[in-house]
Write a protein that binds this ligand. Structure first.
Ligand code: PLP
Length: 376
């Protein structure tokens, strides 16, 4: 299979897979148990916490393990029901793991304003400033978007939050291992991550919670995770996440050049094959290896079916809305007309892809376009 859908999920790194197998087999003790087996499991969890903290530039005690990126977002957002200030500023291009949660919170008195984006997918910090009310208790803006990869100017938005004493959260699920992410430098209060986006396991994530900020748990029970997330820890998953975070950030520079190289080749070749393609997103502030490209006149569902038959995995829009042929809300928010919107593919390269893979991809796209054109 030729896999170009790394923004949806990534394969497990072989070293992560090996570690998780070992942990599951040999270190299955309950981390809360006092005996040696339990304490070994506890040590593994604390090692992973240290690895994650190093990867995102924070202290170990600021890392809370969760059951994934969705849960990390929920943990922050559900806290609004306990806050006095129940208004949230977010953006129209957030993942459903933010926007749908906010919709659900409305019955608990939470309101929100979703600011728009420009044609490159960028939030204007002035719009955030203008959306402030006396009741604003949280600003939640993603660090980078999962569909077209635009990287937001989070520090500028965070400065607005700080000035008005508002909690700042950022969904950074798409970023680790692709761009430098430093919690201290960004200045945010909370940030969400998900291991399966950086060659770690599914169903495990992290919420960075700045020291001093106390969140009420979403999942209530024992005293795990500083009482912010109860339940016996997923030791193999957490150990896998820790190692994956270390590996993903260790050779970040090389990964970036590799992904940029693949994207540059793809763009050059595809423009040659189909000169009227449109690349969506920001020209510079863009996740490496993520290409959102429209093929005017061609339906993306047809393109995907043809490519799938040739063993190629790409996506149209985010994985969460695939199977749904409605135009992407993200691209609509950027002002892209439905016809172009519905001709768009997301191609996301990963560390395992090669230049030969890109050649195969462009060759298959070329023959697919020809076949569709001749059948019309
Ligand atoms: N936030 C963003 C930006 C995502 O891309 C995703 C996954 O697609 C999530 C949150 C949800 O993360 P998870 O799959 O770990 O629940």
């Amino acid at each position: 299979m030729y896999y170009f859908d790394h923004s949806a999920t990534t394969p497990l790194h072989p070293k992560v897979k090996e570690l998780m197998g070992d942990v599951g087999e040999f270190h299955f003790g309950n981390p809360s148990s006092v005996h040696a087996s339990g304490q070994k499991a506890k040590t593994l969890i604390e090692t992973a916490r240290g690895q994650m903290a190093k990867a995102i530039g924070c202290n170990s005690n600021e890392v809370i393990f969760t059951g994934g990126g969705t849960e990390a977002n929920n943990l922050v957002l559900w806290n609004l029901i306990h806050q006095k200030k129940k208004h949230v500023i977010t953006s129209v291009i957030e993942h459903p793991a933010v926007l749908n949660v906010l919709d659900s919170l409305e019955e608990f008195g939470v309101t929100y304003s979703a600011v728009g984006v420009d044609k490159t997918g960028m939030v204007n910090p002035d719009d955030v400033q203008n959306a402030l009310t006396e009741k604003t208790g949280l600003i939640s803006i993603m660090l980078a978007n999962n569909e077209m990869g635009t990287i937001q100017t989070i520090s500028e938005i965070e400065a607005i939050a700080k000035k008005h004493d508002i909690i700042m959260h950022s969904d950074a699920v798409q970023t680790l291992g692709k761009i430098p992410v430093n919690a201290k430098e960004l200045g945010v209060d909370c940030m969400s991550f998900s291991a399966h986006k950086f060659y770690g396991p599914k169903g495990v994530g992290v919420l960075f919670v700045r020291k001093g900020l106390k969140l009420k748990p979403l999942i209530i029970g024992g005293n795990q995770e500083r009482r912010m997330r109860a339940g016996t820890e997923n030791t193999p998953g957490i150990a896998g996440l820790g190692l994956a975070a270390e590996l993903a950030t260790k050779n970040l520079h090389n990964t970036q050049s590799h992904l940029d190289g693949l994207a540059d080749t793809f763009k050059a070749q595809i423009t040659h094959i189909c000169p009227d393609v449109i690349f969506n997103g920001h020209p510079e502030k863009q996740l490496p290896g993520l290409i959102n490209v429209s093929f005017p006149g061609f339906r993306n569902d047809l393109l995907m079916i043809h490519l799938d038959r040739q063993g190629i995995a790409v996506s149209s829009g985010s994985a969460c809305s695939s199977g749904d042929i409605k135009p992407s809300l993200i691209l609509s928010a950027m002002g892209i007309k439905d016809e172009i919107n519905n001709s768009t593919l997301r191609i996301s390269f990963g560390t395992g892809n090669s230049q030969q893979d890109v050649e195969y991809l462009t060759k298959c796209i070329k023959s697919t376009l020809e076949r569709i054109r001749s059948a019309a």
